[in-house]
Design a protein around this ligand. Structure first.
Ligand SMILES: [Zn+2]
Length: 500
């Protein structure tokens, strides 16, 4: 097969795979936003199995493997294409090592799990979810054996979620965080920030929360012609290229800040997708570079921007105009302190920035034990509750607020959680680089975040997934990745806030 023949075949197949991907995209949106009736799952599951089979056959046929090999082995001017096909070659080789019937059965299982998981969470009944979770653990253990080469066990999964990060790197990373943050949390514990908390007694109407989220959409430069905001149990971002980006939110009438920070977080993810260079649309380089890089963008937006004082000085008046009675007498400073207070908490997604990584560390340790075969699905609730007591000094009252709170495992994924903390560390380093070019107080206090969005586009977003995360960090910051920026950021922020 010549290079040109291989390229034509590859591009043709990529177009077909993308088209089939639209089916998966719309299906999962339909299911996760509650649009699909519950009786539709069984038939959908069969249809998706057929689509998975088509993709599997297309990707693993001898012809497909040959064309990818030819492309991957030949240097070309098109560096993005070369990067893409080398990854595709790796993935195709992995896929070919998975027995087809196991692969299809697992995909079918995943399509069945989500509604079961939602019911288990709603009723706080882990026993409904347990048999599915055990199958997911079993599959992951088999999977690392099938595809593992140089890397083994949990490292295989970790590396898939974030290239070049395995247990060695994460053990060191979490050790540094533990060393710096655990003593700081202890120092802060028992200290209370003083602020006017009169607004906590009110109920917050969903429609008006939505109105403020629409306002934030303008602030965050979240282009209306290419984005949609929806509702789901657990907020997420999904997209079909850079011209169709959707974020979801969940509204609690007894919690004003939840939907605000979910919206800002998901818009951080969304902005990344919106700002990938047009030339990458429909290619393997379209979209964010990695999970941690994606999470760095959502966390930069949510925490460094959305939880800053200049930001709230600029936008609190709008929030107050939407909830005049509820926020009467409350200042931007009060709200800033409220959204940055440190608390021993049960729920990862509601945790403050400082203790957040401890939530992640707990999941990392549990997953590592699962992949070492030391823990089974039935052991999860007790282990979970024990670790929460040990690290965060909280008693978990029910599995809904414990091991059923996150949907990741129900999606079949182990190895995902650590990327959240790594993303926060990337964010701190990127933010520091941004500070060298922009006057951040002015940017944060502005009507919208256009200068920041433009900076991110120029230094990071436009590259999409055309390079690996480590290189992108070098491009964006001029340095190698270093977690010390994250530790410095947290230490400085919380010492100032708590006056210690
Ligand atoms: Zn996120």
């Amino acid at each position: 097969m010549t290079y040109e023949e291989a390229k034509k075949q590859y591009l043709d197949r990529r177009e077909k795979t993308n088209a089939i991907g639209l089916g998966f995209y719309l299906n999962s949106l339909d299911v996760e936003t509650g649009v699909a009736p519950s009786q539709s799952f069984a038939y959908r599951s069969k249809q998706l199995e057929v689509l998975s089979g088509i993709i599997y056959d297309m990707t693993t046929s001898p012809e497909a493997m040959e064309s990818i090999r030819v492309l991957a082995e030949n240097e070309t001017e098109d560096q993005a294409l070369l990067h893409e096909v080398r990854l595709a070659a790796e993935q195709a080789e992995k896929l070919a090592k998975i027995p087809k019937e196991e692969y299809l059965a697992f995909n079918a299982l995943l399509n069945e799990v989500y509604p079961v998981y939602v019911t288990a969470k709603q009723t706080s009944d882990f026993s409904l979810f347990e048999p599915y979770l055990q199958k997911i653990f079993d599959y992951n253990r088999k999977y690392v054996n099938w595809v593992g080469g140089e890397k083994q066990g949990y490292d295989v999964l970790l590396d898939e979620f974030e290239r070049d990060y395995g247990q060695k790197e994460y053990d060191e990373f979490f050790a540094l965080l533990k060393e710096a943050i655990v003593p700081l949390v202890k120092e802060i514990s028992g200290k209370k920030l003083q602020f006017n908390d009169s607004f906590l007694q009110y109920e917050y109407d969903k429609e008006r929360q939505l109105e403020f989220c629409e306002y934030l959409r303008e602030v965050c430069c979240f282009d209306r012609e290419r984005t949609v905001m929806l509702e789901s149990e657990h907020p997420f971002t999904t997209n079909n290229g850079s011209h169709d980006v959707r974020i979801t939110n969940h509204f609690y009438t007894d919690n004003l800040s939840s939907s605000i920070f979910s919206a800002i977080h998901e818009m951080g993810h969304g902005l990344y997708e919106l700002q990938v260079a047009d030339e990458f649309e429909g290619t393997g380089s379209g979209g964010g570079a990695s999970l941690a890089m994606h999470e760095s963008q959502s966390r930069l937006m949510e925490n460094m921007i959305g939880r800053s004082l200049p930001f709230w000085k600029a936008h609190f008046p709008k929030l107050q105009s939407i909830f005049p009675k509820e926020l009467e007498g409350v200042t931007a400073e009060d709200f800033y302190k409220y959204v940055n207070r440190v608390e021993e908490s049960l729920i990862r997604t509601e945790a403050d920035e400082l203790t957040y990584s401890i939530h992640v560390l707990i999941r990392y340790e549990i997953e590592r034990a699962v992949m070492e075969g030391k823990v089974e699905a039935k052991d999860i609730p007790a282990l979970w509750n024990r670790k929460y007591k040990e690290y965060l000094n909280v008693d978990v009252p029910c599995d809904k607020e414990g091991c059923l709170q996150d949907s990741h495992w129900s999606g079949g994924s182990l190895g995902y959680f650590p990327t959240y903390s790594l993303g926060s560390a990337y964010a701190a380093q990127i933010y520091r680089a941004m500070e060298r070019d922009l006057d951040m107080d002015t940017v944060l206090g502005g009507e919208n975040l256009r200068p920041l969005a433009d900076w991110l586009k120029e230094h990071l977003h436009r590259y999409g997934a055309s390079k690996f995360p480590k290189e992108l960090i070098r491009i964006a910051t001029g340095e190698e990745f270093s977690p010390r920026y994250y530790v410095e950021y947290l230490t400085e922020k919380y010492r100032t806030l708590y006056g210690i």
